[in-house]
Design a protein around this ligand. Structure first.
Ligand SMILES: [Zn+2]
Length: 344
């Protein structure tokens, strides 16, 4: 690979005495790799999956390394650290539920072309398939950023105690602790910029500390008796631990299973007993079960409002205030504080 985004890269490239020979050799090698892949597809009759071969590398030449990210939150963090030194592609569109996401054929092509891949890990992308493992087997970095954290800082899944809760982006300090691992993954794809990535990772951590202070001030304005956050699924465990909220989801850690009637009834009882004023739907999850809880509370003569929808597992649309990870956390904080009687 050659990268040419800045003068340092151009200088490095011009120092290579056999650059022209290398370029021709690479072109020939890619041509053979392409032909070999086409023959492999024809022979297998399989046209849905791009094929890589031991002999070939499907990656075309690029001006900058191609860095592929799964979720918008991962992409936002990686972009903050990569700056102009990588082409960052996010596979999941806003509103996509990562628990249920499966890569399209185009997604698989991008993954196989990537010079580095960043994903959340901890089984958040539980249906992602084997494309990531194939990149990893080729020796290119695949960084599961939440899995780089100290396990002692992770929460476990209440329903599956052998699994960790993957929603670590909800705690800004914890999320920012993954920044050095992102910088180091990027440095493998663009070693000339390792220093810039390290500097940017430190800046991400500083901004996360400021964000953390602001969230803390807003959430502590909620009356203590009302610090119970009920959402569509159990995505806010890290947020609750950090800011002192009891957190309950109508669905569990993953959205793959439906909540039981007993789970809904127990939430209705708790909300009615504690007189919690508001519960929250999420942008990536149907509000059907949240509305069932509200109806159950009404039957018990406790009126619960539906608060502003929260961004739990995906960023907001491009033009919205929740289009970045920081914007997402600020939006959620405002909605939660206002809904539970504090100052957002
Ligand atoms: Zn989730």
């Amino acid at each position: 690979m050659t990268f040419a985004p800045c003068s340092r890269c151009l200088d490095a490239a011009s120092r290579e005495p056999s650059r022209e020979i290398t370029r021709v050799a690479r072109a020939v090698s890619l041509l053979f790799a392409g032909l070999f892949a086409l023959v492999a597809i024809a022979c297998s009759g399989e046209s849905n999956q791009p094929t890589t071969t031991a002999a070939g590398d499907p990656r075309p030449e690029r001006a900058k390394p191609l860095v592929v990210c799964t979720t918008g939150m991962v992409g936002d963090l990686v972009r903050s650290i990569a700056g102009e030194h990588a082409e960052v592609v996010v596979l999941m569109a806003p509103g996509t539920d990562p628990h249920l996401w499966t890569p399209t054929r185009n997604d698989v092509l991008r993954i196989l072309e990537a010079d580095a891949v960043f994903m959340n890990g901890l089984l958040l992308e539980g249906r992602a398939g084997d494309a990531f493992a194939r990149v990893e087997a080729s020796g290119r970095p695949v960084v599961r950023i939440a899995e780089t954290l100290d396990r002692r800082e992770l929460l476990t899944d209440r329903e599956n105690p052998s699994h960790f809760d993957p929603h670590v982006w909800m705690d800004p300090i914890l999320w920012a602790k993954t920044a050095p691992a992102v910088a180091s993954g990027l440095a493998k794809a663009a070693p000339d910029h390792a220093k810039e990535f390290t500097t940017a990772a430190t800046q991400v951590q500083e901004r996360a500390s400021a964000l953390d202070r602001d969230i803390s001030i807003s959430i502590s304005s909620i009356p203590v008796a009302q610090r119970t956050l009920v959402t569509a699924h159990d995505a806010f465990g890290y947020f609750g631990r950090r800011y002192g909220l009891e957190v309950l989801g109508v669905q569990g850690i993953s959205t793959e299973s439906e909540p039981s009637l007993a789970a809904i009834e127990s939430l209705v009882a708790l909300l009615s007993e504690k007189r919690i004023p508001t519960i929250f739907a999420e942008s990536t999850v149907s509000d059907r079960t949240v509305r069932a809880v509200i109806e159950g509370c009404t039957a018990r003569e406790h009126d619960v409002k539906l608060g502003d929808s929260l961004y739990s597992d995906a960023l907001g649309p491009a033009a919205s205030t929740a289009a970045t990870w920081e914007g997402m956390l600020r939006h959620n904080t405002r909605a939660i504080a206002n809904g539970l009687g504090g100052r957002g």
